[in-house]
Design a protein. Sequence first.
Length: 173
Amino acid sequence: MTRRDFLNLFSCLAVGAVAGCGYRIGGPYDPEVRSVHVPIFTSDLFRRNINIELTEAVQKEIRARTPFQISSAEHADTVLIGHVVEVRKDVLGETAFDDPRQLQLGIGVEVLWEENHTGQLLARHQVPIDAPTRQLLMQANFAPEVGQSLATAKHEAITRLARRIVDLMEMPW
């Protein structure tokens, strides 16, 4: 057996072992998708600017963690559409005088990711706030007594929700 034959055999075995075990070379994102358009998420709620803040957070996560470029609607390979379905603030605990001691902010969204030119659906997740599976529901607790506010809870919930949305853009195992 010559050295060239040995290298050919070794490379075939290595490729076969990697392909057979389900491993993949490269990142967890589809290499055919190069750009994504993220229009401003819609919302029918009376919570001011939460959809704009969530859109900006998702765009920031895409730039930071994925190989995708944020692009205009005409030039993008895919479109990520989001709709804020519910924002809820619940009281978890009260003082003896019925003042809220600890609160919880919940944000529920619907997300649709599709190819721009063909309209083929790449991912769809609809999770209202009361759904048993809470994949796209993010909650953040805050306690006004210790200096936390609705603004800090909203920022935390939006940041974590944006991370979750970008996680959904990964290729399935």
